[in-house]
Design a protein around this ligand. Structure first.
Ligand code: RP5
Length: 162
């Protein structure tokens, strides 16, 4: 089965990026999670990105905070789809991370998600949808998840005063 890579700039990103991992696990998608830093381990970044396709990854989720160059630099070294997750930073609450990731120049694509845990979870969902293109069990799990989500909203649509 195709697997998904989750990489992040620091172990401090893991509480956020775990949301992507949880989503993949819920859909039965195999994944590997690693710390790869654009600034602190630049050679490892190149090595990882250049070998990711040969390692059998179908897409890459990359999360980073602050001057968040990780997703863009990974995308520069692979043809695989890259989903960028802006992690909330202490100084600017993740707006710096978002702008660093989203403003890619034409010709190198990063699909950018929302800041923080919702974005990381949706990166997991998107990556599972990529895997689902060629895996019916994952496709069925995603359709069931979406239906369940819709049913839950509809069942709780009528609001009453306490
Ligand atoms: C980035 O710097 C990481 O992605 C992380 O979000 C941020 C802070 O890293 P630590 O100082 O917590 O290791 O590279």
């Amino acid at each position: 089965m195709a697997k998904v890579a989750i990489v992040m700039g620091s172990t401090s990103d893991w509480p956020t990026m775990q949301q992507a991992a949880k989503m993949l696990k819920a859909f039965g998608v195999e994944f590997e999670a690693r710390v790869v830093s654009a600034h602190r381990t630049p050679n490892l970044l190149v090595e990882f990105a250049e070998s990711a396709a040969d390692e059998g990854f179908s897409c890459i989720i990359a999360g980073a905070g602050g001057a968040a160059h990780l997703p863009g630099m990974i995308a520069a070294h692979t043809h695989l789809p890259v989903f960028g997750c802006p992690v909330k930073s202490k100084a600017l609450n993740g707006l710096d991370s978002l702008l660093s990731i989203v403003q890619m120049p034409k010709g190198v694509a990063v699909g950018t998600l929302a800041i923080g845990e919702a974005g990381a979870a949706n990166a997991g969902l998107l990556a599972a949808q990529v895997v689902a293109l060629q895996d019916n069990a994952v496709k069925d799990a995603i359709i069931a998840f979406r239906q369940n989500q819709t049913d839950t909203v509809l069942q709780n649509a009528d609001l009453e005063l306490d």
